[in-house]
Design a protein around this ligand. Structure first.
Ligand code: UDP
Ligand code: MG
Length: 314
């Protein structure tokens, strides 16, 4: 009868999670043993960890037929790691989770329950989160901005912790973009989606794999990937500056003609306006550059990741 059971895949991106792997694995296995209605597979993607995550993973999943380790050739980033997980998954449902115990494993069963009610995407939404003020603040700003700028409706307070149905996985696999923002892609694609509330925990061990630089890249991918608003902004700022320059010119002209005695001698004014417009132009160029860079990346169309080896037990 086992063959009739549905398969649920868990995807765990791993970057320097040496201190978390054992606890994560034990917690998950204990959890899965409480529910025999499904069969399970665990997919660990080692995203070029610099610590001993890989040997920890190999040790702990040794003889576990349900576990697969995909070992990346280098660090490609969280979104690519999850993408590889989706590519290699076989489940009727796929659950994406962080590996640092911030996403409590038990919540995954609540996601499965909703899936059984017929929802095709069940995303876990943070009721509360234990993160630094800085993280909470920047995340909040980011989601507000994204909400304003983009055409898609990305639910606030959600990460990548979610369950997606096989149908949705197959659709997501058709997205070939390189600068990936998965939660945007999943919102974009539609299907029956619903939230399940949960309390996000603290990172168990180790430190975040998302330093500021990666966070900025991630935010930029989210915004440029789903909105052309920054390009429109260029036009708006350009028009505004043009209007200001026109007023300035008018002013200079009126003074020169009507009040020659007060005529602007001011090189200061000229220098300032030159610097100002120069500065604005550079900023605007950088916005263009950012889109052009992304076009370049897409046009090259390189493979998303390289796999050194895959460890399976069968
Ligand atoms: N991660 C990854 N590659 C990276 C950075 C992070 O696979 O380059 C994984 C990490 O191991 C974790 C998840 O992505 O499972 C979320 O990362 P992290 O907890 O460091 O981010 P935060 O919770 O601080 O936003
Ligand atoms: Mg984390």
């Amino acid at each position: 009868m086992t063959s009739t059971k549905k398969l649920v895949s868990y995807i765990f991106p791993i970057y320097n999670e040496s201190g978390n792997i054992e606890l994560l694995y034990k917690t998950i296995i204990k959890l899965l043993n409480t529910n025999n209605d499904y069969t399970y597979e665990l997919i660990f993607i080692n995203d070029g960890s610099k610590d001993d995550s890989l040997s920890k993973l190999r040790e702990i999943t040794n003889n576990d037929k349900r576990s697969t380790i995909i070992d990346f050739a280098r660090n490609y980033g969280h979104q690519i790691a999850v993408t590889a997980g989706l590519d290699y998954s076989n489940g009727d449902a796929v659950i994406i989770m962080d590996s640092d115990m911030q996403d409590p494993p038990a919540v995954s069963f609540n996601l499965i329950k909703k899936w059984e009610e017929g929802y095709e995407v069940v995303y876990a939404q943070r009721r509360s989160r234990k993160d630094t003020f800085f993280k909470k603040f920047t995340a909040d700003m980011f989601y507000r901005t994204l909400q304003k700028l983009s055409d898609i409706d990305i639910p606030r307070n959600t990460g990548d912790f979610r369950l997606i149905d096989r149908v949705v996985v197959e659709e997501i696999k058709k997205f070939k973009e390189h600068d990936r923002f998965l939660r945007g892609m999943i919102s974009f694609i539609g299907f029956k989606q619903i939230a399940v509330q949960f309390d996000r925990d603290e990172r168990h061990a180790g430190k975040t794999g998302y330093p500021l630089k990666k966070m900025i890249k991630f935010a930029a991918d989210g915004i440029t990937g789903f909105s052309n608003a920054p390009l429109k902004l260029i036009r708006q700022v350009g028009l505004f500056i043009a209007a200001l320059s026109f007023l300035g010119a008018l002013y200079a002209l009126v003074v020169k003609v009507a009040f020659p005695a007060y005529a602007v001698e001011g090189w200061a004014f000229i220098v300032m306006s030159v610097l100002f417009t120069g500065g604005i132009q550079l900023i605007m160029l950088s916005v263009l550059g950012s889109y052009i860079g992304r076009i370049y990346t897409e046009v090259k169309d390189r493979p998303l990741y390289g796999v050194r080896s895959i460890y399976e037990q069968n």
